[in-house]
Design a protein around this ligand. Structure first.
Ligand code: FE2
Length: 371
């Protein structure tokens, strides 16, 4: 099928990430954090100076990554209530589509709840179409159609460039996957949702035998678009002796929401060195993990000593291997965090690392008194 025909018959076949919008309590400070710690540049701004009365948004970019950091200027609007309930978190995982109206209609036919009907936003740079549907918790997906829009980001935003000098840039590239935590027994229903609403298929699933430690457990399945561009793993808690990290998340976030976003890099050692120099905190890994590593993953390009130094995890599948590491939570509540990932052939999500990782998270939970 030609791509044009495929786009007509399935408007969600050719999607990509567009932007991720965070709702936060103080957008100016949060934007500064993502710039100084993670190496983003500020590109555009919307707020009172540009005609908005109720909110401010900063557009940050780094390679193909685009974050919108938004805060309310009011005591009690939708954004302020979202932040009061959930703390700082990810509100909108926005998806780039060729036809926002067609994508929206297919999603609604599949049972998606409408948040914003297809809306044309217009300024001197052209027309951009946006439509929004609800997913788990208070999280949403906007469909963004940019053909016909030549502006810097979207109507309402003005160019406002600002950069922070870094000794070394983290060189983060694009989103690899974006993970949702949902409630007890809800994983399958949300997996089906991405099947019906987005036409996604299941890439892989993990049960509580794959993802458990002595104390805690969870289940996960990964939904993907046909091109494996946009991947949405969904986690749910599973029964264990103690409280799992998913339960802790659900308690602090007050419900389902985005747990982590995995960001790709081409050189994980250089990226992690740069991020650590900027003060980004990562989960630790037991030293013993590295004693067994060579045996477990075989020959890799990186020196084991470098990985041990930086606490980077490695996993192999039949296609290759991948390297990954997880930050500590990015805000006061133990909710959203980032994964930094480099793939060398592998499509894996790090199944072989789950145990080492969760033991490390349990240690952090212990300190918070939430294990
Ligand atoms: Fe991940």
């Amino acid at each position: 099928m030609s791509t044009a025909t495929e786009a007509r018959s399935n408007p969600l076949a050719q999607i990509d990430w567009d932007y991720v919008e965070f709702y936060v309590g103080n957008a100016k400070q949060a934007a500064h954090f993502y710039m100084s710690a993670f190496g983003f540049d500020q590109i555009a701004y919307a707020g009172p100076e540009t005609g908005l009365r109720d909110r401010v948004s900063y557009l940050l970019e780094q390679n193909k990554l685009r974050f919108v950091i938004t805060a309310s200027l009011l005591p009690d609007d939708e954004i302020a209530r979202h932040v009061a309930l959930h703390g700082d978190g990810i509100k909108d995982i926005a998806i780039l589509v060729a036809d926002a109206r067609a994508a929206f209609e297919k999603a609604v036919q599949g049972g998606a709840r409408v948040v914003l009907e297809p809306t044309v936003l217009e300024d001197a740079s052209g027309r951009l179409t946006k439509a929004t549907i609800a997913t788990y918790g208070d999280t949403v997906h906007s469909f963004i159609e940019r053909e016909g829009y030549a502006g810097i980001f979207a109507p309402g935003f003005v160019e406002a460039r600002k950069s922070i000098e870094h000794a070394a840039k983290p060189a983060l590239q694009f989103i690899d996957h974006c993970v949702g935590n949902v409630g007890w027994g809800e994983m399958d229903a949300w997996g089906d949702f991405y099947g019906r609403v987005f036409g996604f298929s299941q890439l892989v699933s993990f049960d509580d035998k794959d993802i458990s430690t002595e104390y805690t457990a969870l289940r996960s399945k990964v939904m993907t678009d046909p091109r494996h561009r946009v991947k949405f793993p969904i986690n749910e808690p599973a029964q264990g002796k103690k409280k799992s990290q998913i339960e802790e998340y659900l308690e602090f976030y007050r419900g389902a929401g985005v747990q982590h976003m995995a960001i790709r890099t081409d050189d994980i050692a250089a990226t992690i060195r740069a991020l650590k120099a900027n003060g980004v905190e990562f989960l630790d890994t037991p030293d013993s993990y590295y004693d067994m590593l060579q045996e477990r993953v075989g020959k890799i390009d990186e020196a084991i000593e470098t990985l041990r130094d930086l606490r980077i995890l490695v996993d192999r599948d039949d296609l290759g291997y991948m390297l990954q590491i997880f930050t500590k939570p990015l805000q006061d509540r133990p909710t959203v965090f980032f994964e930094i990932i480099q793939r060398k052939g592998s499509l894996s999500f790090g199944k072989g690392n789950f145990k080492a990782l969760f033991v490390s998270i349990e240690r952090e939970q212990e300190k918070r008194g939430t294990l």
